[in-house]
Ligand binder design. Sequence first.
Ligand code: FAD
Ligand code: DLZ
Ligand code: SF4
Length: 509
Amino acid sequence: MILRLILGDQLNETHSWFGKSEDDVLYLMMEIIPEATYVRHHVQKLAGFFLAMRSFARTIESKGHHLFYIRLDDPENRQSFESNIKRVMTKFDITKIEYILPDEYRVDRLLADLSDRIDLPCSSVDSEHFLTRREDLGDFFASKKRMLMESFYRHLRKRDNILMDRQSPVGGQWNFDKSNRQTYDASIPIPPALEFDHTATEIIDMCRKMNINSFGYIEKDRFIWPIDRKQSLALLDYFLENGLPYFGSFQDAMSSESWSMFHSRLSFSLNTKMIHPGEVIQRTIDYVESSRKDIQMNQLEGFIRQILGWREYMRGIYWNLMPGFNDMNYFEHDRDLPKFYWDGQTKMNCMKQAICQSLYFAYAHHIQRLMITGNFALLAGVHPDQVDYWYLGIYIDAIEWVEKPNTRGMSQFADGGIIATKPYVSSANYIRKMSDYCAHCHYDHSKRAGERSCPFNSLYWHFYHRNRGKLEGNPRITMMYRVWDNMAEEDKRDIVQQAERYLMDLDAL
Ligand code: FAD
Ligand code: DLZ
Ligand code: SF4
C-alpha cells in the first residue's frame, strides 16, 4: 500500500492525486504539537488550519479515498511527522511513501531524507499550485543585476498571455501603480467583510487541553474565515462584485472604518491551497469581461499583479535565498519588539488600529503591515528575528515562504536591498495622507520634536542619520540626505535627541 502525506497547507482538492480513488492508497493527515508551536500562533490561525484540515479530510473521504487522520489530542499521536508515519507503517502494509513538495524550507529538509531513516522508498510530487517552479525565479534572474518583481511579473504576463494584446500590455501600460495610491474617498461605501459562521469551540478547547500557547482574540469562538473550497470561491465572487471595482484605486488607503477595505481576504484560501492562483486570475478576467460595470484597468491590473507578480515572486525569492535568508540583518538591528505589538496598548493611534484589528481578525491589509507595523519596527531598529516571529504568528495567512520575504526582505530591508530598491520607511506625513489615523491620535503628526511629537517623525530622521554609511550611496535616497543636511543644526539636534529618548523606552510610546 502507498502512504501519501498531506500537510496542513496542502488542502488542494483539485490535485491530480484526488482524481480517482485507489484502494492501494492511504492518505495521512496529522495535527501535531510542533506545527502548532513552531511560533506562537494567533488563536484564529490555529482554528483556521485545524478546521480547514478537518473539512478537507471529510471532503476526500466522501470522494471514496482512504484516509488516516490523527487529531492533536489523540492519545496515540506521536506528535511528529516522522514518528506518526512510522506508527502508521506498523499498522498497515506500507511499501512506499509519497508526499507533495512542501513550501517551507524546514519541512522540505525534514522530508527530503526521510527514506534514509525509515527504510522505505519515498518520493515527492509537485503541489500543482503555483504558476512557477521553485527554481524559475533564480533561472530568470541568473544573468541580471537586480531581481526586481516588475521584470519577473512582465515575463509571466508574456509567458502566460495574461492581460496581453500580442506583445503589448492591454491598456498600453504594464503597471498602473501611479493610479493606485489614492486616499480613501468617504463617498464610496466600503463593502462589509464577508464572514462565514463556524464554531471553533472544540478546537480551542483541544488546544487548551494540549497546552498550546496562542494569542489574539476570537469572539464567542466564532470563526469567520472560509474553511473549504466552496467558501473560498464564494469569497472570491464576493470580492469581484464588491471589492474589485475599487481595489486598485484604494489599494494603499487605510481607514479606521474598515479592517479590510477593498481587499480580497483570499490569502488564507490561497496559502492553504483551497483555491488556485490561476483560477483566481482567470475568474477575475472573465468577470471584468462579462460585467456590465465599467471596471477600470488600474483595478484589474492592480489585483492581477498581486497574485501573478508579488505572490510568485516572493516564493521564488524565498527558495533563492533560503537558508541564508534566516540570518540576514543588514542594519544589524538588535532592539526588542515593543510589548504593545502583543496587546495593542500604545498611544500611537496608527499602531493601535493596525495591531488591535490584527488581534481581533488575524488580518491586516498590506499597507498596514508594510507602512504601519513594519515601518515602525524598522525605524525603531527591532531585530528582524523578532519581527519575523510576530508576523509569522499573528496573521491567518502566515506561512514562512511568503511571510519571510515580505517581512525580512520587503519590510525590514534585512536583505540589504534584494527585494526593495530602498527601505520602506515613512514619517507621519505619509500615514496622515493615506489614513484618518492621525486625526485621533495622542501625538501631533506635525511635530518632529518636543512634547507629543509623533514618534514616526523623529525616528524617521534618526533612521537615515544613523544608517548614512549604508544608505547614502543609494541614488533613490540622495534627496533625503540633501533635505537633512539643509536643516538647521539646532533642529537636527532636537530631532536626534527626541528619537533617542523615544528609543530608550519604546514600550512607553
Ligand atoms: P489582497 O490585497 O486582496 O491581494 C490579493 C492576493 O495577492 C493576496 O491574497 C495574496 O495572495 C497576494 N499578495 C498581495 N500582496 C502580496 C505580497 N506582498 N506577497 C505575496 N502575495 C501577495 N502575505 C501572505 O500571504 N502571508 C504572509 O505571511 C504575509 N506576511 C506579510 C508580512 C509583511 C510585513 C508584509 C508587508 C506583507 C505580508 N504579506 C503576506 C503580503 C500581503 O500583505 C498579504 O498577502 C495580504 O495583505 C493578504 O490580504 P488579501 O488576501 O486581502 O490581499
Ligand atoms: C499552521 C499549521 C498548524 C497550526 N498545524 C499544523 C498541523 O498540525 N499539521 C500540519 O500538517 N500542518 C499544520 N499547519 C500548517 C503547516 O505550518 C504547514 O503545513 C507546514 O509547515 C508545511 O508548510
Ligand atoms: Fe501614527 Fe504619528 Fe499619526 Fe499618531 S500622529 S497616528 S503616531 S503617524
